[in-house]
Design a protein around this ligand. Structure first.
Ligand code: PEP
Ligand code: MG
Length: 892
């Protein structure tokens, strides 16, 4: 015989907390509280298996369910000294749903079930309080009709409002027993009118109606949608909890409330909660009356004159406080509890892990580990890495009002406000005048880098999570909302349109790069705090993880920020942005426009000192930590002027005529630049570019090593390699330049030459490439792009549809595609190691800062991950969790 029903209450229970899958969260915790000897009104849980059975068998219950329910009901009756449907001492029950995971959208609660025209009279007598009895009955009719019978609240509210108006009453508390009795009659008439049948008087019909409504709600549209969004399988089912009613509305020695074992918004270890005297649970939620504080301290802090529970019911409060300590110690976590006081007796109705802010989560985890309630490892596992983001950037004040204009992708976290400008040059000009700006572009390109740098935040209307704007903004720690497709930008008119509004240049907007929201006007922000609990948790994390965490950084500011966040080196220093500085872009263009190698070398010689200084700065900041410099990657035309006016400027500065510039730009134009003349292909066709960069790196390394005594071991990285031969040719040149520098400076140091693995061919031929490469760094932005055959700049326009249709679970540019791209990484790692057992392996694509992808990197056995500075703490925590086995189950 299958056990479908589990009883609880009166100090014992048939279930336990670890039977959550069978009993649902609420049922399992009610059982656990009963076992702990905490006062819980007796009741029983109908298991989730009944729900599954019900749907597997054409909406039929198991044959023996009725019998088991009746048995359990008898136990409840005995426990309460009352009988269901009895005409002297009627038992009333609540019926609630309770799935494994808390699930809004399902039938929630029916209270006071068991009342009808006769039992209400019995209740009036037994309680000696007709007003209470009829008030309970009208509440029951309204709730049951709404959630079980589908007659909406407003029908009843209208009747009540009309009555109060006729009598000149303001508050429900002024309604008398006789009034409620009359209203009950009107409520029942309304139900009969709406449904064509009377309100059920048989208490068994009421009970099974409510049970059926809970199971039915498992398949309502809201619940289905919620499950889809949260990956909850339909076959989990929900449980039903039937529990004896206790009343918080039987007089002034009664109350009801909700509380947390610690403060859920600050994490402070203080009792926190609200209650209402002479009320039922729904009154607290409905917000009609102002709830009172639980503790005296909280009341004083709020300067409220409504007495706290601590003052008003000191003994019951003390008991509740003891329950608080007991439950928290038992569950080893902050709890969210519901309680009712009936005639000065405390009853606990629910406990569960309490929702909390990130700040509170951090404080609670660290405090609990210090208190010895949990281990440090448990503390580490309790914090969601991505959530740390909220602590690293200024965030929007949650209390502030927001007028949402549009939504885009949360491309780079943090909040920023400023005056709208529509070009990078305008951004620089306005900032030079002392303004704060938000740079709004349809999309950005490397030439916008200056404007992006000075802007408070960046908003684009096109492009995905790895679009130029997104990657660069994350690198700089600049808030960015990308691909806000509902915004129309008119560069000419300098205006953007969204949500029926026009925002002109100079108007203020706010963007929230953590949520993707774009708002009108300035929304106030709160500054981050990196000491205290945050620092403590980070220390603990570092003792656990074995993946190293480096950063993607190319400016001194980025490198310093990353060091502050605990980066252990630079895993990717992109060098292309370095050439957009106004003094350098001229020489860069000269180099590109030069007719021959001699001309190119002459221009490169002018760039050398700048480039050397770039690396000196970075090596100094990184103080002997590894620095991987990637040689030039983007196609050359990105450095050329685009508009006629810009071409004229360049012509004036360089002395080269506009026609030549135009011709060269046309010559360099490519249909698919992402797959074109870029990466090491540049180095192969113009070796002198990489030679200059290598010389700058070695000269800088020698200078800093000599000056600081901390030896720099530069790692030179070649992008977009597909064959060993490419790498060999370039490595030969680099080795030659190194030799020249060492000879000239009379100083030698070690260095590594390695490659990015960002093409499927490179991954497959890794065994051979590793004969020459001393390290691999997986460039998973390009590797994802080339494996999927999907442009990283254009994917934003359709990836969301793919996700909605369930083709992709995640955006593969944000979370590594383990099955495809991941397999290539695993193959490359294995083949690379076969050839060169101690080859250094890292990842520097955007996935290096994504917790799920980091778990994969741990599994494949990479040595390090590299991510943008602001993701360094997230990666440190994710790496520790990966080492502790988090995410392992999904690695199969
Ligand atoms: C990559 O392709 O993953 C990478 C890190 O290089 P980039 O994003 O500069 O192409
Ligand atoms: Mg790349």
């Amino acid at each position: 015989m299958t056990k479908w029903v589990y009883s609880f209450g009166a100090g014992t229970a048939e279930g336990r907390a670890d039977m959550r899958n069978l009993l649902g969260g609420k049922g399992a915790n009610l059982a656990e509280m009963s076992n702990l000897g905490i006062p819980v009104p007796p009741g029983f849980t109908i298991t989730t298996e009944v729900c599954t059975y019900y749907y597997d068998n054409g909406n039929q219950y198991p044959a023996d369910l009725v019998e088991q329910v009746n048995e359990a009901l008898k136990t409840v009756e005995e426990g309460m000294g009352a009988k269901f449907g009895d005409l002297t001492m009627p038992l009333l029950v609540s019926v609630r749903s309770g799935a494994r995971a808390s699930m809004p959208g399902m039938m929630d609660t029916v209270l006071n079930l068991g009342l009808n025209d006769e039992t209400v009279e019995a209740l009036a007598k037994a309680s000696n309080d007709p007003r209470f009895a009829y008030d309970s009955y009208r509440r029951f009719i309204q709730m049951y009709s709404d959630v079980v019978l589908g007659v909406e609240h407003h029908h009843f509210e209208e009747i009540l409002e009309r009555h109060k108006e006729d009598r000149g009453l303001n508050l429900d508390t002024e309604v008398t027993a006789d009034d409620w009795k009359m209203l009950v009659g009107q409520y029942k008439d309304k139900v009969a009118e709406q449904l064509g049948r009377p309100f059920p008087q048989d208490v068994q019909d009421q009970l099974w109606g409510a049970i059926g409504a809970v199971f039915g709600s498992w398949m309502n549209q809201r619940a289905i949608t919620y499950r889809r969004l949260h990956n909850i399988p339909a076959n989990w089912g929900t449980a039903v909890n039937v529990q004896a009613m206790v009343f918080g509305n039987m007089g002034n020695d009664c109350a009801t409330g909700v509380c947390f074992t610690r403060n859920p918004s600050t994490g402070e270890n203080e009792f926190y909660g609200e209650y209402l005297v002479n009320a039922q649970g729904e009154d607290v939620v409905a917000g009609i009356r102002t709830p009172q504080q639980l503790t005296k301290a909280a009341r004083e802090a709020q300067s409220s004159d409504l007495p706290s529970m601590e003052e008003c019911m000191p003994e019951v409060f003390a008991e509740l406080n003891a329950v608080r300590h007991k439950l928290e110690a038992h569950y080893c976590d902050m709890q969210d509890m519901e309680f009712t006081v009936q005639k000065n007796k405390l009853w606990m109705l629910q406990t569960r892990g309490g929702k909390r802010t990130v700040k509170a989560a951090l404080k609670i985890a660290v405090d609990m580990a210090r208190e010895g309630l949990i281990t440090r490892k448990q503390a580490i596992m309790r914090i969601e890495p991505q959530a740390l983001d909220q602590l690293l950037h200024p965030t929007l004040d949650p209390k502030a009002k927001r007028e949402i204009l549009a939504r885009g992708l949360p491309a780079s976290p943090g909040a920023a406000s400023g005056k709208v400008v529509f070009s990078a040059e305008d951004a620089e000009e306005w900032v030079a005048k002392g303004e704060k700006v938000v740079l709004v572009r349809i999309e950005t390109s490397p030439e916008d880098i200056g404007g992006m740098h000075v802007a408070q935040g960046i908003l684009t209307t096109r492009g995905g999570m790895t679009s130029h704007a997104a990657v660069v903004a994350r690198g700089m720690g600049r808030p960015c909302v990308a691909g806000a497709g509902d915004i129309r930008v008119d560069y000419k008119a300098k205006v953007l349109k969204a949500a029926g509004k026009e925002v002109r240049e100079g108007d203020v907007i706010t963007i929230d790069g953590s949520t993707g929201q774009v708002m009108l006007g300035e929304v106030p922000t709160i500054q981050p705090e990196l000491t205290g609990d945050f620092a403590t948790l980070m220390e603990w994390v570092d003792t656990i993880r074995n993946l190293r965490v480096r950063t993607n950084a190319e400016t001194p500011l980025d490198a310093q920020t990353a060091r502050k966040f605990g980066a252990e080196g630079i895993g990717l220093c992109r060098t292309e942005h370095m050439f957009f500085d106004p003094q350098r872009i001229i020489s860069m263009r000269e180099m590109i426009l030069a007719g021959d190698e001699k001309g190119r070398r002459a221009a490169l010689a002018k760039l050398l000192p700048y480039q050397r200084q770039d690396f000196i700065d970075l090596f100094e900041i990184m103080q002997g930590l590894p620095v991987t410099v990637r040689l030039l990657d983007p196609p050359l035309h990105e450095f050329l002027p685009h508009t006629e006016a810009e071409m004229a400027d360049v012509a004036r500065e360089s002395g080269i005529d506009v026609a030549t510039i135009k011709a060269r730009a046309e010559q360099l134009h490519e249909s698919n630049p992402m797959l074109g003349h870029r990466g090491c292909r540049l180095g192969i066709t113009y070796p002198e570019i990489y030679e200059m960069q290598a010389q700058a790196i070695f000269e800088a390394a020698v200078e800093v090593s000599r000056r600081t005594g901390k030896t720099v071991t530069p790692e030179i990285m070649i992008p977009l390699v597909g064959t060993k031969k490419e790498l060999d040719l370039l490595k030969e040149a680099i080795d030659r330049v190194a030799e020249e520098v060492f000879t000239a400076s009379k100083y030698r140091l070690d260095y590594l030459v390695g490659t990015m693995i960002e093409l499927p061919r490179a991954a497959l031929r890794a065994g051979q490439i590793a004969e020459s490469a001393e390290f691999f760094s997986f460039g998973t932005n390009d590797l994802t792009q080339t494996t999927f055959g999907m442009s990283r700049d254009d994917a934003g326009s359709f990836v969301e549809v793919y996700r909605q249709k369930g083709i992709y679970e995640n955006d593969p540019f944000a979370t590594l595609d383990r099955d495809g791209v991941g397999e290539l990484i695993a193959i490359a790692a294995e083949r690379g190691r076969q050839t060169r057992p101690n080859i250094k392996l890292g990842i520097c694509g955007e996935h290096g800062g994504d917790p799920a992808s980091i778990a994969f990197c741990q599994k494949v056995g990479l040595d390090y991950v590299s991510c943008s500075p602001y993701r360094v703490p997230i990666a440190r925590l994710a790496a520790a969790q990966a080492a502790l086995g988090a995410g392992a189950e999904s690695l199969a």
